[in-house]
Design a protein around this ligand. Structure first.
Ligand code: 5GP
Ligand code: ZN
Length: 114
């Protein structure tokens, strides 16, 4: 746990969140500022800064986060169209530096994303 990390504090329950799913590897909760009817964040319990900081050791958790997104997509009835997104770096809008996979769905999506 990184004492200064917002998402580590959420995992530890020190900051409240609306939990959607949890297991030994990941924590999933509703985004506080949803950009779609379903907008959840899938985060590894282990503090990883972001995709560009990930190492080969993180390969399994990166794949696992995607599989959890697919499971939640099924359970939320949004399989007619959803996105999984990593924002990477300041120009992408990344604002929290604990790896988080966005799952957005429940509305029409435009392409390319802004
Ligand atoms: P990023 O912009 O880094 O890709 O995504 C960070 C996300 O975290 C944003 O969509 C933002 O709304 C969400 N977020 C930031 N602070 C909190 C918080 O305290 N609680 C929850 N549930 N979401 C947060
Ligand atoms: Zn963290």
């Amino acid at each position: 746990m990184d004492e200064n990390c917002l998402f580590c504090k959420i995992i530890a329950g020190k900051i409240p969140s609306k939990k959607v799913y949890e297991d030994d590897k990941v924590f999933v909760f509703e985004d506080i500022s949803p950009k779609a009817p379903t907008h959840v964040l899938i985060i590894p319990k282990r503090h990883v800064v972001g995709l560009k900081e990930a190492t080969p050791e993180d390969a399994e958790i990166l794949g696992y986060c995607q599989l959890i997104a697919a499971k939640i997509g099924r359970e939320h009835g949004i399989e007619d169209g959803y996105r999984t997104v990593y924002n990477v770096g300041p120009r992408s809008g990344q604002s929290v530096f604990h790896l988080h996979l966005h799952l957005l769905g429940g509305r029409d999506m435009t392409w390319p994303p802004g």
